[in-house]
Design a protein around this ligand. Structure first.
Ligand code: ADP
Ligand code: MG
Length: 488
């Protein structure tokens, strides 16, 4: 799918635009929970990370985790958002077996973070997506229905883990934009270290709100909310299915009910779960166990000092300082580890070559072996050595590719490979001239043809000389000397 914001659903008479707003649930990177000191490690034995607070024993009191507050503010700064110095924790009441409190502590009218924005780089230009708010809330426990045919099991390890709910404005218009938006959010939070963004482990999931309207209409259509989608692919599939379902209803003259739906990943369809409860169904009220959260200017400015260079700023610097294209810069900054690797490589080597080698050769290997750049089989140090060998003419670009293949196995030093295998490029004009003389002598008729105008044969001679040099001849020099000989 091309990364464009053009996405319409067409029927015989009408063309429909899709409108999407996301409520992203991002797990705060924190060693302990939002209101208790229990650990939050992923994959622990069920119910081993549960305190009396998390299990909602009577008389237990929540105590706010300052670190989680700091993480939310950091994220707010990353989203260029308003930090609210006063916010309030409410109880969102509902019954569920994995929610022992009978309510979730969340923020409702007064969230910690207000309006902000995220910039998307699409093929057809940049687009700004508005952020409505970010609030802190507790995660619920987990009900497990597939261990036993008649019983449901409950694991409270997640119960009380801090989540940031990041609510976008209904500014998204296509599955591609959703893809780029989620990746950008994840990238910002990884730079900040506030959420690891690991979707397989459930650290990042979203409720996807979808509506459709006829092209040109000013008013939004009625939305449906697809709950708890945990991969970008599924979000995109759910949006396409859901938008088509809504268009079909409209085309049949029916109306859309505002409801909460589930995405069935096996059948690729959304199903009604319940009609959308309104806020009053949750009987929100301020949690009497918690004081309003007040944040001082000092606390905010101290956090601001800890904010690293973020993707947008890094991109700008890469473009200005290293003369990269917007496309190249996007690739290099999208992941913080990639940008670090790149900056390490170019400390001692050519930027253009480094860009090409990282986004070309290296990415191909990482893809093939399904590795993160932090697990790269070739260290930044050895890649910069390889680039320097190309740059100073010791080896040709072609030989470099063979050397790279060997470096992958055990992060070998390219200089050692060059020495051991005698791969040094032949750049001695005398030695090359000898090879050229030999090729000319062995191909007298071709030389005649060339001289009488068949200039295309030049490539043939270069190839022959290269072969004589066993691939090690310096191509620029071969070109130069050959021209002199053949034209002279
Ligand atoms: P709720 O708690 O009822 O889900 P929120 O305010 O938390 O409401 O979230 C509403 C989400 O729905 C936001 O992401 C918003 O952008 C999105 N949204 C609102 N109206 C529409 C619409 N007509 N079409 C698509 N998305 C919408
Ligand atoms: Mg919601």
């Amino acid at each position: 799918m091309a990364k464009t914001n053009q996405f319409f659903i067409e029927r015989e008479q009408n063309k429909y635009e899709v409108v999407i707003g996301l409520e992203v649930h991002a797990q705060v990177t924190s060693a302990s929970k939002l209101f208790s000191s229990s650990p939050t490690k992923f994959g622990a034995e069920p119910n081993t990370q549960v305190s009396l607070v998390d299990a909602a024993f009577p008389g237990m009191l929540p105590v706010i985790n300052e670190f989680c507050v700091k993480q939310a503010i950091k994220t707010g700064i990353g989203l260029k958002a308003k930090i609210n110095k006063n916010s309030i924790f409410d109880r969102k009441n509902y019954f569920y077996a994995d929610l022992p409190q009978g309510y979730q502590i969340s923020q409702y009218k007064y969230p910690i973070i207000g309006e902000g924005k995220v910039i998307l780089d699409m093929v057809d230009g940049q687009k700004e997506i508005g952020i409505e708010r970010l609030h802190l809330e507790q995660d619920a426990g987990k009900s497990i229905h597939d261990i036993d045919p008649t019983n449901t099991f409950v694991d409270l390890n997640r119960s009380g883990v801090a989540l940031m709910e990041i609510v976008s404005k209904p500014d998204l218009r296509s599955p591609d934009e959703v893809n780029v938006y989620i990746k950008k959010l994840r990238s910002i939070m990884r730079y900040l270290g506030t959420c690891d963004g690991n979707m397989q482990e459930g650290s990042l999931r979203a409720d996807v709100n979808v509506s459709v309207r006829r092209q040109g209409d000013d008013n939004f259509g009625t939305r449906c909310e697809i709950k708890n989608v945990n991969s970008i692919k599924f979000m995109q599939m759910a949006i396409i299915y859901e938008a088509n379902r809504q268009v079909d209803l409209i085309e049949e003259g029916k109306s859309i009910d505002q409801e909460t739906r589930l995405f069935d990943t096996k059948k690729n369809e959304t199903r009604s779960m319940r009609s959308k409860e309104d806020a009053h169904d949750y009987r929100y009220f301020p949690d009497p166990d918690l004081l309003p959260l007040e944040i001082s200017d000092e606390f905010i400015s101290q956090i601001k000092d800890e904010i690293p260079e973020l993707p947008d700023e890094k991109k700008k610097r890469f473009i200005d300082k290293f003369n990269l294209s917007s496309y190249e810069a996007n690739i290099l900054v999208s992941d913080i580890d990639t940008s670090k690797y790149f900056e390490e490589v170019i400390k001692n080597s050519d930027v253009k070559l480094a860009t090409n080698w990282i986004t070309g050769e290296l990415f191909a290997v990482l893809n093939e072996k399904n590795l993160e750049i932090s697990e790269s089989p070739v260290s930044s140090n050895n890649l910069s050595k390889l680039i320097n060998l190309i740059k100073d003419g010791t080896i040709s670009g072609k030989i470099a590719k063979t050397i790279f293949e060997e470096m992958i196995d055990g992060d070998k030093d390219p200089q050692i490979i060059v020495d051991q295998k005698g791969l040094k490029q032949e750049s001695d004009p005398k030695a090359l001239e000898e090879l050229i003389n030999k090729v000319i002598k062995n191909n007298t008729s071709k030389v005649e043809e060339y001289k009488s105008g068949k200039e295309k044969l030049f490539g043939f001679f270069v190839g022959q000389v290269m072969k004589e040099s066993k691939g090690k001849g310096n191509p620029q020099l071969i070109n130069k000397i050959l021209k002199e000989k053949l034209n002279g």
